[in-house]
Design a protein around this ligand. Structure first.
Ligand code: ZN
Length: 123
């Protein structure tokens, strides 16, 4: 198996509902996002996927979150914009754009600080 990773980031505000602690109050994070793609076969250029294609797909999703109040974005009006749910949202959205019979998104990690992150992955 080959695995590629790209790293990007965005800044946004959030507030966790039904949570008692610091994160129930409005605050912001600079999330660092890692996107992993896996596959067994390389293309005729010897690549799993062009990094540019992966970055472009990822940036499209990130733009929907960057500098926003996440609780007001449609995907987070019902569920909390926790790092766990942010990782899953990005995973699902990039998967829709990039998965094919050769490659699939395998893991998305959302770092909300230098020492705390949440990962969404498949089985
Ligand atoms: Zn927070």
């Amino acid at each position: 198996m080959y695995e590629l990773k790209i790293i990007t980031q965005f800044g946004a505000a959030h507030q966790l509902r039904n949570y008692h602690g610091k994160c129930e109050f409005l605050h912001g994070h600079n999330w660092k996002i890692e996107v992993f793609v896996k596959g067994e076969k390389l293309d005729e250029c010897g690549m799993l996927v062009d990094f540019k294609i992966l970055k472009d797909h990822t940036n499209e999703i990130i733009e929907r979150l960057d500098h926003k109040f996440l609780n007001e974005i449609e995907c987070f009006t019902e569920i909390n914009p926790s790092s766990e749910n942010i990782a899953k949202f990005i995973f699902d959205e990039i998967s829709k754009g990039i998965n094919d019979n050769r490659i699939r998104v395998s893991r998305v990690t959302a770092w909300e600080s230098d020492n705390a992150c949440a990962t969404y992955t498949v089985g």
